[in-house]
Design a protein around this ligand. Structure first.
Ligand code: SF4
Length: 381
C-alpha cells in the first residue's frame, strides 16, 4: 500500500464525527485541488480554503498607490510577477497596464535586484512593492538593511507585508466561524517556528498542525489534526518535521525583528487585522515610500508603518468579485457567478484568479470542465 493510500485509510478510520478544517496556505490549496485530496476525504470531514495567498490579500489601496507611483516619470516601480496583474480599485487597472501606458514597471524575482536597479539609475527613484507573508519578508528585510548600509537614497519600499497567525485568529473570531482546526503553512513555520501558534491553539481551543505541500504531507497533517480533535486535545503539532524546526530560522527571525515591527494592517477581503502586518521600524523610516512620496494615493497616512491604524475604505475589488468570502473560507471559487466566464486567468476580475497561489486560479486550472478529473490524477493511490 502506498504512503498516500495508507494515510487516507488512517484518516478514514480516525473520523467519528463531523469536523471542518482549514488549510491556510494557497500553495496547499493548489496541491489539494490539483490532486483532488478534498474529494478523497471521509464523510463528515470538510476542508475549506484559507487566506494564504499573499497577492490576494494585498489591499486594493496599496495597488492604487503602486499604480500612482508607476505613472510618475521619475519612478521605477518593481515587484514580483503576480503583483503586476492584480487590479487596484478600478477594474482592469493594473501595473502591466501602467507599463503599457508608458510607466516604468519591472518584474523582480528577488528583492535584492532592486539594489542593482537603484545603482544603475541614480537619477531616478526605485520603489519596491514589498508583499507577502513571513516567508518573503526576510528577503525584504535584507534589502532594507543593504539599502541603508549602502546609503542608497533612490530606493524605497512600498511595504505591505503581513503576518499569518493574526489572520488565523481573526477567522476563528469572526461571527459564524466554522473552522475547528488548521493546517498551518509549512513554509511560514520554517521561518517562524511554532511558538507563535501556541497562543492561537491554547486561546481558541483549536489544533494547529504545521503541514507540508505534497499529498502525503497534507494527508498526514489532516490525520494529525483529526486525531487532536477526536481526542479533545487542541495543541500545536509539527507534521512537517523534515523542514520545520520548533524555533524556525533564527537568522531570518532576527532580521525580521531588526527591520520590522508588528502593526495592525488591512488585508484585502478580511479588513483590518490587529497585529496582522509588519511595518518598518523607525530606523528604516527613510526607506518608506509612503513617507518619501507623501500623499500620492488614497492610502491613509501611516499605512504600513509602525503606528498604522488605517484600514477604512480599502476596497476588495470590483463588486462582481467575491474574493473576500473566498479568502475567509465562506465560499469556494465555483460559487462565484463570474468564475470561468467573465473571470478567467486571461481576464481576471480579482486577485485570487491572478495569483499563482490564488484559490480561483487553482479551481480554474484543475477543476474547469476541460480539466482531467483531479482525483484520477492523484499520485500512487
Ligand atoms: S472567480 Fe474571479 S471574480 Fe470570482 S471571486 Fe474569483 S477572482 Fe473574484
Amino acid at each position: 500500500m502506498s504512503r498516500v493510500a495508507e494515510l487516507a485509510e488512517r484518516l478514514r478510520a480516525s473520523v467519528t464525527r463531523p469536523w471542518t478544517l482549514m488549510e491556510v496556505c494557497g500553495g496547499q490549496t493548489h496541491a489539494i485541488v490539483r490532486w483532488g485530496l478534498d474529494q478523497l476525504l471521509p464523510e463528515g470531514l470538510r476542508l475549506i480554503h484559507g487566506p494564504g495567498c499573499p497577492v490576494c490579500v494585498t489591499p486594493a489601496a496599496t495597488l492604487d498607490a503602486a499604480l500612482a507611483l508607476a505613472r510618475r516619470p521619475d519612478v521605477i516601480l518593481c515587484s514580483y510577477g503576480d503583483m503586476l496583474r492584480v487590479p487596484g480599485s478600478a477594474p482592469g487597472d493594473d501595473l502591466l497596464g501602467a507599463r503599457a501606458a508608458g510607466g516604468d514597471v519591472r518584474l523582480l524575482t528577488s528583492p535584492l535586484q532592486a539594489i542593482g536597479l537603484a545603482r544603475e539609475n541614480p537619477g531616478r527613484q526605485v520603489v519596491f512593492l514589498a508583499v507577502g507573508f513571513e516567508t518573503t519578508a526576510p528577503a525584504t528585510a535584507l534589502l532594507a538593511r543593504q539599502a541603508l548600509s549602502l546609503g542608497l537614497s533612490n530606493l524605497s519600499l512600498l511595504n505591505a507585508h503581513v503576518r499569518v497567525p493574526p489572520a488565523m485568529a481573526a477567522i476563528l473570531e469572526a461571527p459564524g466561524n466554522q473552522v475547528q482546526g488548521f493546517l498551518a503553512a509549512g513554509h511560514v513555520c520554517t521561518v517562524m517556528g511554532l511558538q507563535e501558534l501556541e497562543p492561537l491553539a491554547a486561546g481558541h481551543g483549536v489544533p494547529v498542525v504545521a503541514t507540508g505541500f505534497e499529498p502525503e504531507d497534507l494527508l498526514l497533517g489532516l490525520w494529525r489534526c483529526v486525531q487532536l480533535l477526536e481526542a479533545g486535545t487542541p495543541a500545536v503539532v509539527n507534521a512537517y518535521g523534515q523542514v520545520v524546526r520548533e524555533h524556525g530560522n533564527p537568522g531570518a527571525r532576527a532580521l525580521l525583528e531588526e527591520v520590522f515591527a508588528v502593526v495592525d494592517q488591512p488585508w484585502r477581503g478580511l479588513g483590518v487585522i490587529p497585529g496582522g502586518g509588519l511595518g518598518l521600524r523607525p530606523a528604516y523610516a527613510d526607506l518608506d515610500a509612503r513617507r518619501r512620496f507623501g500623499g500620492f494615493c488614497g492610502e491613509a497616512p501611516g499605512f504600513g508603518g509602525v503606528n498604522s491604524t488605517s484600514g477604512d475604505g480599502f476596497g476588495d475589488g470590483p463588486s462582481a468579485c467575491i474574493a473576500g468570502q473566498i479568502l475567509q473560507g465562506r465560499a469556494v471559487p465555483t460559487d462565484c457567478p463570474a468564475f470561468g466566464g467573465r473571470c478567467r486567468p486571461e481576464h481576471p476580475l480579482g486577485a485570487p484568479m491572478v495569483s499563482s497561489e490564488g484559490a480561483c486560479a487553482a479551481y480554474h486550472r484543475y477543476r474547469s470542465a476541460e480539466a482531467t478529473t483531479v482525483a484520477a490524477a492523484a499520485p500512487a493511490l
